[in-house]
Ligand binder design. Structure first.
Ligand SMILES: CC(C)(COP(=O)(O)OP(=O)(O)OC[C@H]1O[C@@H](n2cnc3c(N)ncnc32)[C@H](O)[C@@H]1OP(=O)(O)O)[C@@H](O)C(=O)NCCC(=O)NCCS
Length: 186
C-alpha cells in the first residue's frame, strides 16, 4: 500500500523578544524576502520596540513555527482598530526553504480564526502589491476575497503599481466590537 503523504504542521504562538536573533534579522536583509515589504535592514532594538508597541492591545504578532521541531520560520501580525472592529494582517515567511508549501495560507487561516473567535474582530484586511502573486494566492487559499483596488498606489522598482486589498468578514461578529476585557488577552 502506498505511504500516505506527510502532512506539514505548524504552530503559531506569540512572538517573544528572544525570537529576534541573528537568523530573524537576516530575513530583513534578504532581497527576495523584503521585495514587497515596507521594512528592511532592521536592527534588533527597533524590532523589539516595534514588538512591544501596543503588544496584546492593538498589535498581536505570532511566530510561525514548524511542528514538532518548533523551528521559527516567519511571522503573522494583526494591527487592530478597536473603534471600527477591524484589523490589518500581514505575513512573512522569512525562511525561504519553506515557501510554496502552503504554510503562509495555513498561518493566515489560523490568525483569521484567532482574530474572529478570540478577539471578536469584524473585518480583516491586507494590502498587497498587485505584482506579489504569491501573496495574493496565499490569501485566496486562506478563504479571503478581493475587497478593493487602489490604483497606482505603490511605487515598486521604479513604477507605480496597484495596491490590492484582500479582506475576510467575521459572520458571527459582535456588532459593537470586542468586549473590552478581551482586548488585553491572548
Ligand atoms: C508571500 C508569502 C507569504 C507566501 O508564502 P508561502 O508559504 O509560499 O505561501 P503559500 O504556499 O501558502 O501560497 C502561495 C501560493 O502562491 C503561489 N505562488 C507563489 N509564488 C508565485 C508566483 N510568483 N506567481 C504565482 N503564484 C505564486 C504558490 O504556488 C501557492 O499557490 P498554490 O498552492 O495554488 O500553488 C512568502 O513568499 C513571503 O513571506 N514572501 C515575503 C514577504 C511577503 O511578500 N509577504 C506578503 C506581504 S503582503
Amino acid at each position: 500500500m502506498p505511504e500516505p503523504p506527510s502532512l506539514i504542521e505548524i504552530v503559531c504562538r506569540p512572538l517573544e523578544e528572544v525570537d529576534v536573533d541573528d537568523r530573524y534579522l537576516a530575513w530583513f536583509r534578504d532581497p527576495d524576502v523584503v521585495r514587497f515589504l515596507e521594512s528592511r535592514d532592521l536592527e534588533r532594538a527597533e524590532v523589539i520596540a516595534f514588538l512591544n508597541a501596543g503588544r496584546g492591545k492593538q498589535r498581536f504578532i505570532d511566530a510561525i513555527c514548524m511542528s514538532p521541531s518548533g523551528l521559527h520560520i516567519g511571522n503573522v501580525k494583526i494591527d487592530v482598530n478597536w473603534k471600527h472592529s477591524t484589523a490589518d494582517l500581514s505575513i512573512l515567511i522569512g525562511d525561504k526553504a519553506h515557501w510554496g508549501k502552503g504554510i503562509a495560507s495555513m498561518a493566515v487561516r489560523l490568525m483569521t480564526e484567532k482574530a474572529f473567535l478570540r478577539l471578536g474582530i469584524r473585518k480583516l484586511t491586507a494590502g498587497i502589491y498587485a505584482v506579489n502573486l504569491g501573496s495574493l494566492r496565499c490569501f485566496e487559499r486562506a478563504g479571503w476575497r478581493l475587497d478593493s483596488i487602489q490604483r497606482d498606489h505603490l511605487l515598486f522598482e521604479g513604477r507605480a503599481v496597484d495596491r490590492v486589498v484582500m479582506s475576510a468578514f467575521n459572520s458571527g461578529a459582535w456588532v459593537t466590537g470586542a468586549p473590552a476585557q478581551w482586548a488585553g488577552s491572548r
